[in-house]
Design a protein around this ligand. Structure first.
Ligand code: GDP
Length: 395
């Protein structure tokens, strides 16, 4: 069996075990390294070649983005990762890093349960960091922190261990201040803040593919002193091999982000304003794959062969080909032509996609980013004004 086919089968198996799924977003101020990190994770998980990671920029799919050098469209990628002997399916939704795309960031956050906040060690927390942290918390999404470009502190700024530690602690302090400022009413505030000790903070270099966290130091025996020595002596390949960034970050994702079964009961009352006593609310809270189908569309992409593809989070029920589904804000129903999941950055058609997963669907011709697509009429996640064709009248 081909390697790709094996991975697809593995993903299909994991899809039915919501405890092993993590739906996450990487959120960052522009240029802090989100795209480079994503490529690292995909390469580490075996989804793209190690050699091209960093150059490939898998997430930047739109030509326009490549020209402008910013990520503007929320693309989706999925990967598998083994953590403590258990396979995990990690679905990653890209969030736009540019301040103008706030609405898309909110929508992406609504579809995920964890947000990996990336901050450039040299620049520190920036306005867009504050925006994404705020959006994550508002949507009940748990943050963890990755401080990127630590290689620059060592090799470019020639900082010593103490100076570096001071700087990194100050970045963590700033991010926690943002979190505390936005969770004033929460009595479980310390569950939301990040810390080195509990493993919710990792450091590293997405460019040179190494990373470190408290749990990784315990596992590999590599401490900051070893890292500084190897980075200074230009032994970055050795550093990558000894403490690969993808493992450090994906372990943190598996350990610290909630799975859909833990997240949905808490999040549904926060992100959905419908009747809490309805069957559909209950089905979403329970991640019930036998309940009514509920898909929240985060993104519409275009495939040269399949046409428009609606991607989003399945909160309840099971998506299958041939289903006739309502699309919020429009009359009538759309027929599902195919359902798929992401494998790396590519769409792979499957027979069914159950609750708790990120699905890619064709045939939803009336859906736009933000649509709620469902088998029963329901209160949508957000109200959307569809722009109708102008009616030309003779005067
Ligand atoms: P995004 O806008 O957040 O997606 O950022 P990119 O991943 O496109 O990275 C922005 C720039 O920072 C690119 O030139 C990267 O090569 C560079 N970069 C990303 N990560 C690192 C890192 O760990 N160290 C250094 N020195 N540069 C990095």
């Amino acid at each position: 069996m081909g390697r790709r086919k094996k991975i697809v089968e593995q993903c299909e198996r994991l899809m039915d075990n919501p405890e092993q799924i993590r739906n996450i977003a990487i959120a960052a101020h522009v240029d802090h390294g989100k795209t480079t990190l994503t490529d690292n994770l995909l390469a580490g998980a075996g989804m793209i070649s190690e050699d091209t990671a960093g150059e490939q920029l898998a997430m930047d799919t739109e030509e326009d983005e490549q020209e402008r050098g910013i990520t503007i469209d929320a693309a989706n990628v999925s990967m598998t990762h083994e953590y403590e002997g258990t396979d995990h399916l990690i679905n990653l939704i890209d969030t736009p890093g540019h301040v103008d795309f706030g609405g898309d960031v909110t929508r992406a956050m609504r579809a995920v349960d964890g947000a990996l906040v990336v901050v450039d060690a040299v620049e520190g927390a920036m306005p867009q960091t504050e925006t994404v942290v705020r959006q994550a918390l508002r949507e009940g999404v748990k943050p963890t922190l990755f401080i990127n470009k630590v290689d620059r502190l060592i090799s470019e700024l020639q900082e010593g261990p103490e100076e570096m530690q001071e700087r990194l602690l100050s970045v963590i302090g700033d991010v926690n201040e943002l979190i505390r400022g936005m969770t004033e009413e929460k009595d479980d505030i310390e569950d939301w803040t990040v810390s080195v000790e509990d493993g919710t903070v990792a450091f590293g270099s997405a460019l040179y593919k190494w990373g470190v966290s408290m749990p990784s130091m315990q596992r590999t025996g590599m401490d900051f002193g070893d890292i500084i020595d190897l980075e200074r002596s230009d032994k970055r390949q050795e550093l990558h091999e000894k403490t690969p960034l993808a493992d450090v970050v994906l372990d943190m994702v598996a350990e610290h982000f909630p799975n859909p079964v833990d997240a949905q009961p808490r999040r549904i009352p926060t992100v959905w304003r419908g009747d809490a006593d309805s069957d559909i609310a209950e089905s979403m809270r329970l991640v019930d794959e036998d309940g009514e189908v509920v898909l929240m569309v985060t993104d519409i992409g275009v495939d040269p062969h399949a046409g428009e593809i609606a991607a989003g989070r399945v909160f309840s029920g099971t998506l299958e080909k041939g289903q006739e589904l309502y699309v919020s804000g429009t009359a009538g129903k759309n027929r599902v032509q195919s359902v798929g999941i992401y494998m790396g950055g590519e769409r792979e058609e499957v027979d069914r996609v159950p609750a708790g997963n990120i699905a890619a669907v064709t045939g939803l011709k009336d859906a736009i980013a933000g649509s709620t697509v469902s088998s029963a009429e329901m209160t949508p996640f957000e109200s959307i004004d569809h722009i109708s064709e102008p009616v030309i009248t003779k005067s």
